[in-house]
Ligand binder design. Structure first.
Ligand code: HEC
Length: 249
């Protein structure tokens, strides 16, 4: 039995145990939600089902071989194109500078037929507006992924939010009875992972190779939090206080 000088879970009154348990369960569910959200919002970007490395690269680096419009009509929006010639005409227009004159003459009628029921302000959907030339330009530029501005917005929300959650989980987990080196590693890993993850978003914008860092740090965060939450829950309710030094049976 390991000797622990500090306060541990079995020193906690039931009220405190319930508080910790509720928090850990809530955070655990929140984390699973976040994973599901991440999966559903990024998967299939590259036209293949499932979340792949390419989806992550597309998100941060972009798909620089083409425009978002082309990626959309070859991928998730392909089903709305009624005739293949329509698609070819849009692609040809994109390749050919995408002038406003040809937008009005050739492209707009195609969109009207297939796309504008959703892609105009009247639909109320939060999707690119394709009903004006100005609107379609937004998706007719080469796709360089999330803008730096968006990344900065997401970064500060993540750093504050995940930092506080990591602190909350760590404060509870610190009461566990575990080898000190293992405890320290599990407690510090989430902070390292968040830092590496967010740094890697920006690096991936510059070089798609760093998508691997995004994934690796995500896995590290998941493992470290998973271990902290499960060990804490287990020890909260199942760990017995060590017998005092007087003899056992
Ligand atoms: C039934 C509604 C609907 C129709 C019809 C539709 N779209 Fe979309 N479109 C959406 C929704 C919803 C999104 C946002 C969700 C997504 O990205 O899957 C979207 C996203 C897009 C995007 C942005 C993709 C990105 O990179 O973020 C483009 C470009 C696009 N559509 C083009 C088209 C074109 C071109 C057509 C017609 C051939 C079309 N859409 C028809 C609903 C529709």
């Amino acid at each position: 039995m390991e000797l622990t000088a500090h306060r541990t879970f079995y020193d906690c009154p039931v009220s405190e145990k319930l508080l910790y348990t509720s928090f850990l369960l809530l955070i655990g569910i929140g984390y699973l939600m976040a994973l599901t959200y991440l999966y559903t919002s990024h998967e299939g970007h590259d036209g293949e089902p499932g979340l792949s490395m390419q989806d992550i690269v597309d998100n941060y680096y972009g798909n620089r071989s083409g425009t978002r419009l082309e990626a959309a009509i070859r991928g998730p929006m392909a089903g709305y194109i009624q005739q293949l010639e329509d698609r070819d005409q849009i692609v040809a227009w994109l390749k050919d500078e995408g002038s406003e004159k040809r937008y009005d003459a050739d492209i707009r009628p195609i969109l009207e037929k297939s796309c504008l029921q959703c892609h105009s302000p009247a639909s109320g959907l939060n999707v690119p507006d394709l009903s004006t030339y100005k609107g379609i330009r937004q998706v007719a530029e080469v796709d360089t992924g999330e803008s730096l501005h968006t990344l900065m917005k997401l970064s500060h929300i993540h750093l504050f939010g995940i930092g506080l959650v990591a602190l909350g989980i760590g404060i509870i987990f610190r009461l566990s009875a575990l080898a000190e080196w293992l405890k320290t590693t599990l407690m510090v890993s989430p902070f390292v992972a968040i830092f590496a993850d967010i740094l890697a978003w920006f690096l991936t914008k510059w070089d798609p190779f760093y998508a691997y860092t995004v994934v690796a740090s995500g896995v590290l965060l998941g493992l470290a939090w998973g271990a902290q939450i499960l060990i804490s829950l287990y020890q909260l309710w199942f760990l017995r206080a060590p017998e005092a030094n007087n003899s056992v049976n």
